[in-house]
Design a protein. Structure first.
Length: 256
């Protein structure tokens, strides 16, 4: 699978944000999640740069033969597959200790041959959080027992509304560093009443380091996740503000 190395993403462009919203309906996603049993056996793909949030649309290439077999198995039998992040370099034979336990159950929407590589092009959407219980099969591809994570919300409506507003203010400030107009997208965010989807969509495109994104993925409670996202956004803004001040000082010094 070809993915970028684990590192913070750049501030997204309008086009990149737009791709996040080109997903299938939340109603359909929630219905799929609700119909899943508490524990399910499914094919698993682990990659050292793969991290998907529920509600997130993702396009990726599958090159390894074992991952191609897992993808085809999933597509032929319900189209559900578990995507997880691998720890360190990928091994030819992966054990459960080589994989981050929390990942995302995704539904494959489209599958096609990848021209010239013998691989597959996969378009999928995150359905819900899941946790690996055990690896039932390791060869010729991985089959895992996955426990569906039931998401909770420990906040009240008033507290949730205030926190959403605080996050939107920070997000607007964060995106302003890209020099793009983002007002239209705040109207899109307002359409989603679910705090789960609200935090997950923002977490999926904000340029956080892998460990911070994984921490967000690993929090089942939407209110606690939103609080953590707010903290991470403030940290990113502090860094970007400092970097801009340094650049301004250098520019001023050169102009003298």
């Amino acid at each position: 699978m070809k993915k970028q190395a684990k590192k913070a993403n750049k501030i997204p462009t309008i086009e990149e944000i737009d791709e996040i919203f080109l997903r299938f309906s939340e109603e359909e996603r929630l219905k799929t999640s609700d119909n899943l049993p508490d524990e399910v056996l499914m094919p698993l793909i682990a990659d050292n740069a793969l991290l998907v949030f529920p509600g997130m649309s993702i396009s990726f290439d599958v090159i390894r033969e074992s991952q191609k077999m897992a993808t085809i198995k999933a597509y032929d039998e319900g189209k559900l597959i578990f995507l997880a992040s691998a720890k360190g370099q990928l091994k030819s034979r992966i054990d459960i200790t080589d994989i981050y336990n929390t990942g995302c159950i995704v539904k494959i929407r489209q599958l096609a041959d990848f021209p010239g590589s013998g691989g597959l092009k996969v378009i999928a959407e995150g359905i819900c959080r899941g946790k690996i219980i055990s690896l039932k099969q390791k060869s010729p591809f991985i089959m895992a027992n996955v426990s569906k994570i039931v998401e909770t919300n420990s906040s009240t409506d008033i507290v949730e509304k205030a926190l959403r507003k605080k996050i939107q203010i920070l997000l607007e400030k964060y995106l302003s560093f890209s020099g793009k107009l983002v007002s239209d997208y705040f109207e899109s965010f307002d359409e989603y009443q679910s705090l789960n989807l609200f935090t997950d969509l923002i977490s999926s495109f904000v340029g956080l380091a892998f460990n911070k994104k994984y921490e967000l993925l690993d929090i089942p409670d939407s209110y606690l996740r939103a609080e953590t996202l707010h903290k991470f956004l403030q940290e990113e803004i502090n860094i970007l503000t400092y970097e801009r001040s340094v650049l301004d000082k250098v520019k001023t010094g050169l102009e003298k």
